[in-house]
Structure formats: structure tokens, C-alpha cells
Design a protein around this ligand. Sequence first.
Ligand SMILES: [Zn+2]
Length: 813
Amino acid sequence: MSTGRSHGPRRFLALIALPLALAVSTPGLASPTTDNAVAPDRSSTGEQNGVGLMRIVVANKSGIDRLNQLGVDLAEYTKPVDNGIEVHAILSPEESQALRDKGFDVQDAISDQSDYAQNMAERAAAIRAATATTAGTDTLTVLRAEWFSSLDNQLFLNIEVKSSAGTDSTTVLTASWDGGPGTEIGSGGTATMSRFTDAGQYMYHRFSNPVPITAAPARATITSNKGGSATVDVAKWLGSPRKNPGKHPYVSDFVDHYMDPTEVTARFTGLAAEFPQLTELIDLPYKTNGYRRQAQAQFGTAAASTLYVTSTAYGSEGGNDDITMSLVNPGTANAPLSVSVSGKAVTVRLATDGSGATSSTAAQVVAAVNGNAGAAKMLTASTYRGNAGTGVVAAAAATQLTDNLKAPASVSREPFQMKVLRIGKHRDGSKVGVFLYCQEHAREWVTPLVCVESAERLLRNYANDPNTRKIVDGLDIFILPVVNPDGAHYSMYDFNMQRRNMTNYCPAANADPGRRNAWGVDINRNFSVGSVFDGYVGASATSCTSDTFAGPNELSEPEARNEVWLVDTFPNIKLSMNTHSYGGYFMWPPGAYKAEGREVLPRVDQGTEAYFWTSSDYILSRVQEYRGTAIWPGRTGPVTDVLYSAAGNSADEHWYNRGIIGWDFEVGADVYNPETGRFSAVGFQPPFAEGHEEAMEFANGNIAILEVARAYATDKIQPKTSLKIVKQEAGATAFTFSTSEPANVYYTLDGSRPTYGSAKLALAGMREGVQNITVNSDTTVNWFSIDIAGNVESNYKPDGEGSNYNKQRVGVQ
Ligand SMILES: [Zn+2]
């Protein structure tokens, strides 16, 4: 279908003015079945309610903009298809129908709630297995311990050990061996072992490759971080060595189930304690609002006669504690409406008419409850969704208020302390800083695992892997594994498609319990550059129930302010990676445009764009190494070019306000099925087996980013350029420059000395090569180049007096 054809401009404007969530539930407007009844939307019972991840095909990009403007909850995913662009949206059955009614082509579901149940069962099994075996000290069973020599007389050591706590992915074994009979254990070497799993089952710990050694050891001791230890004799093995033994065993694979923010933060706290020389834990200054809600109860079935109450205190702070409200038929004629409070029980005696029938309307009950000082201390009453409340309310038994939160008690209901793990040998600001952060969006369950795996690899390979040591010694790495902890807890335990944080800015008309899965602020729309408040597209400033609600103002949310605090406090941070899911993308600024004339935030200059492409080639090759996943060229580039406008996102904040390179990953590339010959989307919460693979391959990507950062930090090589004549015809010569590496070129055509104020070589157009410069008479071109690390060609000083810039005469026929 064509979104442009089916609606005239007047209807289009009317739709913009009405947020989708409102349209769905406003009686009689878009919801075909509800009329005056209390609307069944995505959350009316507090359950998951059939919400699914749905496929929609729009004719073109303006169709995406329109969905955005309607407040539709879109996944970060677009895909060109034969008849337009495929996008994915989180929709209840009612919301799907409302979009179809507006002419949108809403197709099938990519995932639904049965996937959620399966994921939670898998997660519970993994945690059970881990806790069953980690009580007390683990027992180590040494399966093999042997040395052997290869054809060229290199000696190798092979050890395989089973830990009774091995099903726990945090169990780490370390082997030390002697340098021959009679020498000390450890004198031959020490190495961390890899946890070997097969089809999700723990097998044993081993070296991923046999370890090269210099002398045949006699004995080895294996110790576990869970307390176990074993010492065995090392035998000589006569078999042939494995092919291509690696120089150094590199350990990886430290995640074995989807983790909630409480677990992730505990893991980081443990890492900081275990590696005090290499890390410190930074408590970010702004605590979140917390995984908590006010307690509520709702009375009634038809909109006009429905009311709801909300506790003053959070459920965890007394709102849940036995506050009840009842609506009582007094059983006598002509009774007045009255409210009484006894302890925590609020009793509303409904008015009756001459025949003894109750006659209080919802609006009257609301006014009476709110007018009673004792009741008002504990709760506030409201009519339903802004209804005038003229319907007569029905009597109801005492109903206890509840915050409805389902996470176990181990998840704190207090404001959450977000923690950054800072990793580096020299954490004094002298090294280039890199900020890796994950899970701004709650439902993107794979993303915190990418951050956890990256941190584990850096710390556990430091002792033995020279490349890791170079990274940790040469950089200052800041890892924030969960930017949105409250929303992430909510996504795991209450409503798996939660994207935003849990802070409710909705007025009473949208604050009833049925709206509870539609509250919160989109952290990645709450930043201060290119925001919806500045007129950019891809966020909502007005609809508190839109899944891209930007908050009441820029940086209103502690989660966003914490990010800003970190990059302001550590000005050595020069690169950042914001990991999201899904679709398999590598993106950079600009990330937003204005609706008016599609005015994009300033594009990065030619030299920076070239650097990003070169970097992406390196980083994405490393992602591909893991299992062959190729991130497509069509999903690499500026956010606005390859995805859509995302007003007020954090990468733009870092780049435009501070010059910090702001990259974004979308993990979870489409998976190719050779049987059908088709790619299929993985969704936000694939079965863990797939989520695990995504975490591993994008942890590869994070390590590659750190290698790129280190190259940037140590780059002392000056770029070299040459002038190339592209085209010569009568009266006009076109030329350009070629550079030895990504670099910006500043040039003059009037014989003057080139400076940073001179003309800068630009790209010919979006995703195109460099421009050609045309002159119409013989011209002396003066120029110099500078790379991203600030190295200037020939060590020329653009602000100085020297003349060691490049000069060339371009002739015109
Ligand atoms: Zn996201």
C-alpha cells in the first residue's frame, strides 16, 4: 500500500495531533470494540497482553517518519523490500488494528509472548545450575595434564580440569606449573583457562590452544576463584599436537544467561575487587528513580463510571502495605455520599436515591475521596482517562492497592546506583579514554552482555595476552553496562517490551493502571543535541505514553545526566560506543534531522567520514571473525542515512558538544537460513543460544574499537597528499587530492598560505567520494593535510609562519 495515496493532507495533520496510544483507547475513535468500555490496551491487566513485535511495510522513508510522529514504538531496524521499507513495531492487537485502520500494512509477528516465557525459563535454569554448584568451595577434577613437543621441537602444555562450579560462567581456573623436577610451581608459567561449553553444557576448563612452554614441567597446580585447588603430575603425551597452536591462550565466553541489572552490577563489583590494580568502580552521581511505582487500584468497567486511586507513597514505601479502598452500598434509601478512614482502610459509602439504589457518580466519588484529609494523605483518586465521570459507580469490596511489580525481593526498590567500571593500567587521565555503554533501551537484553563480556576479556587476558596488555596499558576504558537499570528490571520481570525508564510523567488522564506499560522516558531521546525540543524528528515531546517520549525537557533523566557527567568529568574520553539491538548496524553522527526540509545535523567532514569508514572496515571484520556475521554496507554509515532520525540521542550529544567520536552498534544482524535462502530478523530477545553469539561477536567489535582507539592514541604518522588532475577541457581544469590515510585537506587558490580557516576538501555528496575542484585559469594551489589524530603533513604549522606546505601550479588550456 502507499501511505501517501490513501490519506489526504488534512487527515494526515489530524493524525499527527493525536498520539497513537490515545487514539487506540479513546472510546469510539479508533478502537473498534470498546465504545464506552474501559479500553483493553497493551497493559490493562498488568500482564503482557498479547503485545508482539510486528512487521510493517511502508512505501518510503516518510512512512517511517509518520509512524514516528504517531508515537509508534519502532525497533531500531529498517530493511528495503520489494514494495517499500520493512520496519518493526511493538504493538498490542488493538494498536495493530488501529494502524491497519489508518491504512498501514501491518503484517505478521516476529516474536510474541511465548518467546518471553521460554527465555525466562532458560534463564532460571542457568541460574539454578549455577547456584546449585557454587555453594562453598568447588572441587576440581583434573582430566588431563600433559606436555608434548611439536615437529619443530616447541614444547606445549595441555591441561583439562572440571570444576564442580563449572556451570557458573564466573568460575575461572588458573593453572601454574613448574620448570621441571624440583623447581617451584609457577616457575614454568601461569595461564588462565577457558571454560569450554558445548551446546550450552559446561564440559570442562582447558586452554583454547596448547600453551607454548620452554621446559617440560613435572607438576602443575590449578586454582579456582571459587576456592578449589588441585596439584597433579604432568605426563608426557605421545600424540601429535593440535594444528596451528596459538601463541597465547585467549579466554572468552563469560556470559551464560540473560542478566538483570542487579546481577550485572554485582559482576562488575566483583571484577573491581578481583583486579584492584587495573580497575576502579565509579559511582555515577545521579541515582535513578528506582524500580518502583505507586500502588494503585481501579474500580469500574465502563469509562464514565470508572475511577482509580494511586497511593502517595511508592508501593515499597508503604503504598502496598494494606491500603484498601471499598465502595459500599449503605443499604438505606437517601443516604449521603461519605468517606471514612480506619487505619489504612478507606471506606466510601455511596449515596443512594429514594429507592435505595446507589447514585454517586465517578466524579462525585473522586471529589469526596480527595476531599477527605485522612484518605488524601494516603492516596489520590481520579476519573478514568480524563472522562467527566458522570456514570454511577458500582459498589465494590475492599480492594488492596498494589504497585504490581513482580521482580523478586532481591531486586532493590530503592533508587539505583549506576556504576562504571574504569579499566586501565594508568587511570590518571593521561591516556586516551574510551566510553563503552550498553542498554539505554531496557528490552535490548543482549546489550549488557556485550559490555560484561568485553570487561571480562580485558581483565582475564591481561596477564597472558600481549594484545590485551597493550590495550589496558595504553587506554583509559570506561564501561557502563546498563544505562537504564530500572527499565531493564521492568523489562525482565514485568513487561518484556519496555524500552524506556520507569519514571511516569503522565497526568491523571494517562496514569491509570492500564497505562502502566506505557510510561517512562526514552533515555536515548533525552539528550540536548538535535532534540525534539530543538525541532528534530524521531521523538515525542508531548505524548508521555509514546515509546520515544523525550521527557519533560532535555537531560531531565538521571540516566542521561550520568552519561554527560562522565564525559565532562573525564575529558580524555575521545571515543564512545553506544550498543543497542537489533539489526546489525554500525553507525555514526549525524543522527537526527528536522522535519522542515529534512535539515540534517551537520555532517562530519570528509576526513572524519573517511576515518569512520576505515575504522568500520577494521571493526566489522573483527565482528565477522566470530561466526561469519557480515554487517552490511547498507547498515553502516550515519544514523540518518541508514536508519532514521533519532532526535536527542547520546551519540550526537557526545560528538556535537564535545567532539567525542560517537558510534552506535545495533547487535543482532539478520540471520541467514541456507534452507530458505532468506535472512530473518532476530528481535530484541532471541533464544539465549542466539543472544550469546551476538554478545560474543560484538564483544569482538568492542575489543576492535579499543584497538582502533589505541592506534589513534599512538598515531604519530603524518598524512601525505598529492594533487590529481581529474579532467581538463578548454577553459576549465578539475582536480582533487588523494591522501595516504583518512585526512582533511585545507587549500587556497589565491596563492596565500593555507590555514585552518582555508577551504576544506569536502565529499561530493552523501556516501560519495571526495569533490572535484574546478579552476578556470592557471592557478597556484597551496595546501596541507591533517589526520584525525592531529598529525599535520610535513609537520607544517598552519598557525605559524613557515612555508613548508604543498604547492602546485594547475594549468588551464
Ligand atoms: Zn535501542
